[in-house]
Design a binder for this molecule. Structure first.
Ligand SMILES: [Zn+2]
Length: 121
């Protein structure tokens, strides 16, 4: 049996040389252009893919950084919002207390002195 180490990827014929396989492919399967293009530009394509990968990785790192910063900003904004909310609650409570004190004072004045205090407008 002859040594035919080059196998056709399409019909699995064995061929002696790489050139033989190429011409087999072009004659039998009519696909020389695609293979030649791939063969000639393979290294350049591989290199440019590596470069693209590096660029994408960098972009990913940037996006990760932005995400962390945005998250920090959000936490800060939420914290400030909660503080403001707490302050509003506190002021509301104060207002209610003041209202009660005023109402109590007014009823005390009315009861003891017979004076009706005007309602605050
Ligand atoms: Zn074939």
């Amino acid at each position: 049996m002859e040594d035919r180490p080059y196998k056709c990827p399409i019909c699995h014929s064995g061929l002696k040389t790489e050139g033989g396989m190429k011409s087999h492919l072009s004659r039998q399967h009519e696909m020389p252009a695609a293979l030649d293009a791939l063969g000639k530009n393979y290294e350049a394509k591989y290199k440019s893919m590596l470069e693209e990968n590096a660029v994408l990785k960098k972009q990913l790192e940037q996006i990760k950084g932005e995400l962390v910063k945005t998250r920090t900003d959000l936490v800060q904004a939420l914290d400030e919002g909660l503080k403001k909310y707490a302050e509003i609650n506190r002021l509301n409570g104060e207002m209610q207390k003041m209202g009660l004190i005023i109402a109590f004072r007014d009823s005390f004045i009315k009861e003891k002195l017979g004076i009706t205090m005007p309602l605050p407008s």
